[in-house]
Design a protein around this ligand. Structure first.
Ligand code: HEC
Length: 156
């Protein structure tokens, strides 16, 4: 009996410690369950379930975004492409799904100092949607190269 009480105390302490750790984690700016739902309903139909895209047609969202968000122009590009800008998602829900994508599908490429998108930032900048997306993308890739980041290919 004594042993099982000690075990329970240990378990309680462990749980307390892990929730304290969790609370100390930096805020990544998303709720995974609602982000997944937003992804499925608003983005996945074109970008595919695992976000690898369709060669020649729809860009992947796995890796590139982590490079784009290094530049202010890239941060804006990501929210102003038509699929994101014109989606039915609220500003908060768009911020949520973008932060989730960056954190979970761009884990290796996102900058260490990435600041999650906020609803306020999205509200201020998502519109108007970009019209000449390819030109904006090419200019952004060029800008990244000038900054020493050659990781994003010209095409997809
Ligand atoms: C109707 C199809 C469609 C939907 C739905 C869609 N996208 Fe896209 N997305 C595209 C295409 C096509 C492009 C390439 C640029 C263009 O032509 O708009 C693109 C480009 C992008 C890019 C730029 C990536 C790059 O490498 O250039 C991002 C970021 C993006 N989409 C995010 C989203 C998010 C987030 C959603 C959901 C809220 C979404 N898209 C919904 C088709 C779609």
């Amino acid at each position: 009996m004594k042993r099982s009480l000690a075990w329970r105390v240990a378990l309680l302490l462990a749980c307390g410690a892990s929730s304290a750790l969790y609370a100390a984690e930096p805020d990544r700016g998303y709720d995974a369950a609602s982000a997944k739902q937003a992804w499925v309903l608003n983005c996945m139909g074109c970008h595919t379930a695992d976000a690898h895209g369709i060669p020649g047609k729809v860009p992947p969202l796995t890796g590139e975004l982590g490079h784009f968000v290094r530049l202010p122009q890239g941060r804006e590009f990501v929210m102003r492409v038509p699929g994101a800008s014109n989606s039915a998602l609220s500003d908060a829900d768009l911020a949520n799904v973008l932060n989730w994508l960056i954190d979970t599908r761009n884990t290796q490429t996102k900058p260490a100092n990435f600041k999650p998108y906020t609803a306020e930032e999205i509200a201020a900048k998502r519109r108007p949607a970009l019209t000449h997306v390819a030109e904006h993308r090419a200019a952004l890739v060029e800008r990244l190269r000038k900054a020493g980041d050659n990781a994003v290919a010209d095409g997809y």
